[in-house]
Write a protein that binds this ligand. Structure first.
Ligand SMILES: Cc1cc2nc3c(=O)[nH]c(=O)nc-3n(C[C@H](O)[C@H](O)[C@H](O)COP(=O)(O)OP(=O)(O)OC[C@H]3O[C@@H](n4cnc5c(N)ncnc54)[C@H](O)[C@@H]3O)c2cc1C
Length: 510
């Protein structure tokens, strides 16, 4: 009888527990289902598919080298599986648990019902450090650590399965998925994933903690592993163990390497922890894809955002040069660093007072590394709707001065500002008219005026959110949210250091 391994967001053969376990029981039918319904969701995009397709081609080659190529079918998972179960004698179905969006959650429920009806067991292994069925965060970190320390699963040998066509990997998953040119996108696939990890740990990563914040240095200074973790071409455990091995070898090399590498990789390892910390929030509370985590903040913003503001933000025409440069860079490359993602969200949520859902969908489509669990949790955190995080409203002008002091990034992505002198590049609307005429950039004609007075808008946003936070019911709700989702790391230290609500509930994730 066959063991059916259903690949989803885990497109690799190494450190793949379901594949390993299935192969130890008998011949394996490795399956990927290209689901048009998934690719028609409002958070899906052509750039994500392009990366995914390259990863599927790479997975097919990996599996073929082990003895049985990937079988690809297009359609609804429940229909495809039903069909295969009718034609082949399948003993068990194996996969990783998926912390996806509401659509994949519903699809998994349908598949579970089908398999129950057919009397076929479905084994789902843990993916990343997420724990299914958790009601709070007590001891969560210990569980994460113990999974990361467990040895990896080697890629198994597979016996070829007779009488089943591998099937083509389609060029496009649905006629309804719009084409989406992303010329600067990073390539998908296991070989690239390994190269990206190696170059980060052995060359690019030395100044990670110093280069991660500025958009000019982050593209090479950050690991760039996110899209590989989202598609599963690398497992989180592989990345954690490779990082620890590298840290150990650097320690052995001793002082000759200086302190920079040590600091860089310690900071990096912390981020790997956050990956799962944030995903766990969606796993534990899937409604946060749609609703504010803290119900008390629900009336804050109208769920249908002002279309003109949203449009200007999406198209990089807000009038704040760094914000517009980031949005245009993201359109071209499919990636932007954490601080700039936080700033883009903060500007949409506070200065422009847009509900996070529509901006969140736009960013999701732009990110090649879209990972629902991190994405929706971060969107809410940067919009002040979690009830447990310190309120951080990014000032787009201060960020511009701090992260792009000479305007290099701005001039690259907002070329119409190219002729402006550096002293005006962060606030071009302050340029005197004779200066505008001299350099040929007239604000309001060649580049927009800022949509609002960002300082006044930020002040108003802070007052509105703090008014809610002072409310007794909201504070009780915050305590319950913290119990369920808050990081337990350093909670004791924070309590000892301060009684302030904001500190007590800070996620330690800044
Ligand atoms: C509004 C918003 C939306 C985001 N959406 C996504 C998303 O859809 N997919 C995604 O992978 N990341 C998301 N992030 C988190 C973070 O910005 C990216 O993980 C990071 O920029 C990816 O680049 P990198 O792999 O070079 O990261 P590195 O800095 O090299 O970090 C290594 C890995 O650690 C994890 N990580 C780093 N920062 C964070 C963080 N703040 N929260 C959780 N995990 C983190 C990621 O897995 C990342 O690949 C979002 C952040 C914000 C503010």
């Amino acid at each position: 009888m066959l063991q059916l391994v259903w690949f989803k967001r885990d497109l690799r053969t190494v450190d793949h527990e379901p594949l390993h376990a299935a192969a130890s029981r008998g011949p394996v039918l490795p399956l990927y289902v290209v689901e048009p319904g998934l690719w028609e969701q409002p958070d899906a995009s052509g750039r994500q598919w392009a990366f995914w397709r390259e990863s599927l081609l790479s997975l097919r080659a990996e599996l073929a080298a082990l003895g049985q190529p990937l079988v690809v079918r297009q359609g609804q998972a429940v229909d495809v599986l039903g069909n295969l179960l009718r034609r082949h004698r399948v003993e068990m179905v194996w996969s990783h648990q998926e912390t996806g969006n509401a659509w994949t959650f519903a699809r998994d429920r349908d598949v579970a019902a089908l398999l129950r009806q057919q009397g076929i067991a479905w084994h789902e292994a843990r993916q990343h450090g997420i724990v299914r069925g958790r009601v709070d965060r007590d001891h969560w970190s210990k569980q994460w650590e113990s999974l990361m320390r467990t040895p990896q699963f080697a890629a198994p040998r597979l016996s070829p399965v007779a009488g089943i066509e591998p099937g083509p990997i389609p060029e496009w998953p649905s006629p309804h998925l719009p084409h989406d040119d992303c010329p600067g996108r990073q390539p998908g696939g296991r070989i690239y994933a390994g190269q990206v990890l190696h170059s980060f740990l052995h060359a690019r990563g030395e100044r990670y903690h110093l280069e991660m914040s500025s958009p000019t240095s982050a593209a090479t200074g950050c690991s760039r592993l996110s899209a590989h973790l989202a598609s599963g071409t690398l497992s989180m455990r592989e990345v954690v163990q490779a990082t620890r091995a590298r840290r150990a070898s650097l320690r052995q090399e001793g002082a000759s390497r200086g302190p920079t590498w040590a600091r860089a990789l310690a900071a990096f390892e912390g981020r790997l922890h956050w990956h799962c910390h944030f995903m766990q929030k969606l796993e534990s509370e899937p409604r946060i894809e749609f609703e504010n985590l803290q119900a008390a903040t629900q009336p804050l913003r109208n769920s249908s955002p002002d279309p003109e503001r949203l449009d200007a933000w999406i198209n990089g025409r807000t009038g704040w040069p760094l914000v517009d440069a980031c949005m245009r860079a993201l359109a071209h490359t499919g990636w932007i660093n954490f601080r700039m993602r936080a700033m883009l969200t903060s500007v949409a949520s506070y200065q422009l007072w847009l509900h996070w859902r529509e901006p969140g969908l736009h960013l999701a489509r732009r990110f090649v590394d879209y990972e629902p669990g991190i994405h929706w949790s971060q969107l809410q955190m940067q919009s002040g709707t979690t009830g447990i995080n310190t309120l951080r409203i990014y000032n787009p002008v201060k960020q511009s001065r701090d992260q792009d002091p000479h305007g290099v990034f701005i001039r690259t992505w907002v070329p119409e500002l190219g002729p402006i002198e550096t002293r005006w590049i962060h606030e071009p609307w302050l340029m005197p008219m004779p200066e505008q005429n001299r350099c040929g950039v007239v604000i309001g004609r060649d580049y927009p005026q800022p949509l609002v007075d960002h300082e006044a808008a930020a002040r108003l946003a802070r007052q509105r959110i703090q008014a809610i936070r002072r409310d007794a019911t909201a504070r009780t709700e915050s305590h319950a949210i913290f119990k369920r989702h808050g990081s337990r790391k350093r909670a004791g230290q924070r309590r000892a250091a301060s009684n302030r609500q904001a500190d007590l509930f800070d996620d330690g994730a800044r």
